[in-house]
Design a protein around this ligand. Structure first.
Ligand SMILES: [Cu+2]
Length: 364
């Protein structure tokens, strides 16, 4: 009697034999990374505080930049963490992370950013959005130890971003000084599981060449920790490209199509697609649902094509029956945490071994 593999071949059944495997699939324990967990980050929004300033309600965000060692993956050869010496934004020095916190506000609000630079290098924060030159952040940098304020009206509603504008960007952005900013329209978007995916990369050996890629900093995190999604549940992705040293980076949703809202500024989708390509700092909102039929429970890929996707920018949705996960959030401001215990066992054995740390430093 033929074995199972032979039976599968004879019947033309699908098999995972021969499916290429990925580098950097070692699992990073968030405890090694100062508690930073991409599964939580993707649905965490920093809303600041609303204060009366000069007689008007103002949403205030405090941001600080620090030097921070972060773990961006596991070395395939040594099995040790790959440490990147980052510059990171946080609301306090202790919670600084890459990406910085995803700021969230509503269109038309007055926004005040109190920025403190706690690094030995001059930095700034440039916000994508509409504002005057005095608050552009490209000309208003903070020297080490200094503070600077930026004030503007939150517009347009959509998916904005912020980043250090000191040159060269391959260093100041590439080192991690960036984050997303969601400006909600005054007419709220429809209820959905909302997930922030920031495409990023790290040059371990040189700031001019990326060695490792990721969604939300940790290579292949959502391969080891698939994002749990209910069948029939609307999903909204806030997708941002922060990859330096690449002319563009693609995003592909497997087995499904999404409605695309460039920068999230229009209420009508511009296209219906399973692919989108973003240049540095380009943002898109993607909306989709895994409807029944045809979708069945199981892992569904999302990734970038070519080198970025094969060197860490790869993930899985774990589709489940929605009734099997009571309390799974469906409103825009709820947490949509992935289940860190789900393991799809996909691509666990890397064939393209990467050794980026001949002498990896220990994690602080
Ligand atoms: Cu900078």
């Amino acid at each position: 009697m033929a074995d199972m593999a032979g039976m599968a071949d004879m019947a033309g059944m699908a098999t995972t034999a021969g499916v290429p495997s990925l580098p950097f699939t070692g699992v990073v324990n968030p405890a090694l990374n100062g508690g930073f967990n991409p599964s939580k980050f993707m649905s965490q929004f920093e809303k600041g505080t609303v204060q009366q300033i000069r007689g008007k309600p103002t949403r205030v965000f405090n941001l600080v930049s620090v030097v921070k060692n972060i773990v961006v993956g596991i070395d395939d050869t040594t099995k040790k963490p790959i440490v990147f010496q980052a510059w990171a934004f946080g609301t306090t020095p202790t919670n600084a992370q890459v990406p910085g916190p995803t700021l969230r506000c509503t269109g038309g609000e007055t926004i005040l950013i109190n920025y403190t630079n706690n690094t030995p290098t001059t930095h700034s924060i440039h916000f994508h959005g509409i504002h005057n030159t005095a608050n552009d952040g490209s000309l208003q940098a903070a020297n080490p130890g200094q503070k600077v304020q930026y004030e503007f009206i939150a517009e347009p509603a959509g998916l904005m971003a912020y980043h250090c504008h000191v040159l060269p960007s391959s260093t100041h952005v590439g080192k991690g000084l960036y984050g997303a900013m969601v400006i909600d329209p005054t007419q709220p978007r429809t209820a959905a599981v909302e997930l922030v995916l920031i495409m990023n990369a790290f040059g371990i050996r040189s700031p001019l060449k990326n060695d490792i890629y990721a969604f939300n900093t940790v290579a292949n995190h959502y391969n080891a920790n698939p994002v749990t999604i209910g069948l029939g549940q609307p999903v909204r992705i806030y997708l941002v490209n922060m990859v330096c040293n690449e002319p563009a980076v693609s995003f592909h949703l497997h087995a499904n199509f999404f409605d695309l809202f460039p920068a999230g500024t229009q209420t009508q989708a511009s296209e219906h697609n399973d692919m989108v390509t973003l240049s540095l700092l380009e943002r898109h909102i993607l909306e989709f649902t895994y409807k029944v039929p045809p979708f069945t429970p199981g892992p569904y890929m999302f990734h970038s094509h070519d080198a970025p996707g094969e060197m860490g920018m790869f993930g899985l949705f774990n589709l489940v029956n929605a009734q099997a996960i009571p309390g799974l959030p469906t409103n825009p401001n709820a947490n949509a945490n992935a289940n860190p215990n789900v393991n799809a066992n996909a691509n666990a054995n890397g064939k393209r071994k990467k050794n980026l740390n001949p002498n990896p430093s220990s994690i602080p």
